[in-house]
Design a protein around this ligand. Structure first.
Ligand SMILES: *Cc1c(COP(=O)(O)O)cnc(C)c1O
Length: 422
């Protein structure tokens, strides 16, 4: 596909974009800054500010402890229900608690205990490192009775689907994968893999951190067993906002939260000393929820629900196709490689571009060119497309600035050594 590479064409695409007005619903303090990192930390929705003010002034300042009965206590389910709508789950299948890593730990340990006698856990080497560390920690805790199979991708871009299928067997307890992988943006075929996992009697646990808010999901139809995900990426929930966990309805009564705390206790204010888990997902809570950051997740989720995941996906596909077409014409001749799947159906909402000078180009883009990307070792310049606020113009400018950095060798001012934080 050849496309016009001029800025006027990008502006034309923006003019045709029916979702373009959602950009105005976010705080944008510097109109010249191009933000291509909404897949790491989503922008701040305007509606979050008055809510934060209300939480502090009214709910905490004025209502004090009475607020627990005026919405705080039920906030984990209330926000969970909204996320359930986004991912095609039943409202009582999602709850907000803790961080993604901790929720993964709770679900993995409970799933392995439930799958007594089965000893293999399967994942891939494209999974987020924290997920792998959590699996290793869970295996240690359960006295090293399990073996972790990390199935490698053949090209570090595409998930090793057929190899994963070949690993499945009667010993498989659990298969856990990132639905959209964090580096390349590869998207697994969730319904097909979940079905194959079920066929051998194993459980499927999906990390939706890079999918929720970027890819339409239908956990109900796919009959997904377990899932977790982040709220500060495409959901725009704010830095360190707590995560969500999903457990399919019929599994909830069979799984036990390994971190039993008072928030998961049945009739908690009776303060009985013997732990008895609350029915449903509240049993997967542990301690007091972080009410402020939990409450601030809601405005971002509301924006996604208002725009509609199917509409957002259409825009995201158009934008990533546009970026790839520009890459092909403008950047590929300069040594940039496409480190994301070419097939739009297997791609999430971010694009990774590789280059031998990747890190120095990334630093130049960030420090001198007014574009915020992020970088993932060894050479991935990761460009996140958040269709609620990313414009075609943003994508066009990013590509033109990458072109300029390489043709004018602007990156040479940076030393060829790795800084600590990328
Ligand atoms: C961002 C991300 C996480 C984040 O985990 P935290 O516990 O919030 O630090 C986990 N898994 C994946 C796949 C992610 O992309």
């Amino acid at each position: 596909m050849t496309i016009p590479i001029d800025a006027a064409y990008a502006l034309e695409l923006d003019a045709q974009d029916k979702l373009a007005h959602f950009r105005e619903r976010f705080i944008i303090t510097d109109p010249d800054l191009i933000y291509m990192d909404g897949n790491s930390l989503g922008r701040l929705p305007k509606a979050t500010l008055p809510l934060a003010e209300n939480l502090l002034q009214q709910q905490w300042g004025d209502r004090l402890i009475r607020s627990w009965n005026e919405g705080w206590f039920t906030a984990p389910e209330r926000v969970g229900e909204k996320i359930a709508h986004l991912i095609g789950a039943h409202p009582d299948e999602v709850i907000i608690a803790d961080s993604t890593s901790i929720n993964l730990f709770k679900l993995v340990v409970s799933a392995l205990r439930y799958q007594q006698g089965r000893t293999r856990i399967i994942t891939d080497n494209l999974n987020f490192p924290s997920d792998i560390y959590i699996l290793q920690g869970a295996i240690d805790l359960l006295d090293k009775q399990h073996q972790l199979d990390i199935v490698p991708s053949t090209d570090d871009i595409h998930g090793p689907t057929s190899e994963l299928l070949a690993h499945l067997g009667q010993q498989t307890a659990l298969v856990t994968l990132s639905h959209t992988t964090f580096k390349s943006g590869y998207v697994y075929d969730m319904p097909m893999l979940t079905k194959a996992v079920h066929a051998v009697g194993a459980l499927a646990l999906w990390d939706l951190s890079h999918s929720v808010g970027s890819v339409p999901l239908d956990l109900r139809t796919a009959q997904v067993d377990l899932a977790i995900g982040c709220t500060y990426k495409y959901l725009n929930g704010g830095p360190g906002a707590p995560a969500f966990l999903y457990i399919r309805r019929d599994l909830q009564e069979h799984l036990r939260n390994p971190i039993s705390g008072w928030m998961g206790q049945k009739d908690l204010f009776r303060l009985e000393l013997a732990y008895q888990a609350e029915a449903g997902l509240r049993g997967f809570l542990t301690g007091t929820p972080p009410v402020l950051s939990l409450s601030l997740i809601e405005p971002g989720v509301d924006l996604l629900l208002e725009a509609g995941m199917d509409n957002l996906r259409i825009k995201s596909e158009r934008q990533s196709e546009y970026l790839i077409a520009l890459w092909e014409t403008v950047l590929a001749p300069l040594g940039f490689t496409l480190n994301s799947p070419r097939d739009v159906g297997r791609r999430g909402s971010h694009i990774s571009l590789g280059h031998a000078e990747g890190l120095r180009i990334d630093l130049t883009l960030l420090n001198d060119m007014g574009v915020i990307p992020d970088f993932r070792a060894p050479d991935n310049i990761r460009l996140g497309i958040a269709p609620l606020y990313t414009s075609f113009r943003d994508i066009h400018s990013t590509v033109i600035r990458l072109q300029q950095i390489v043709t004018e060798k602007l990156y040479e001012k940076y030393p060829d050594e790795v800084p600590i934080v990328t």
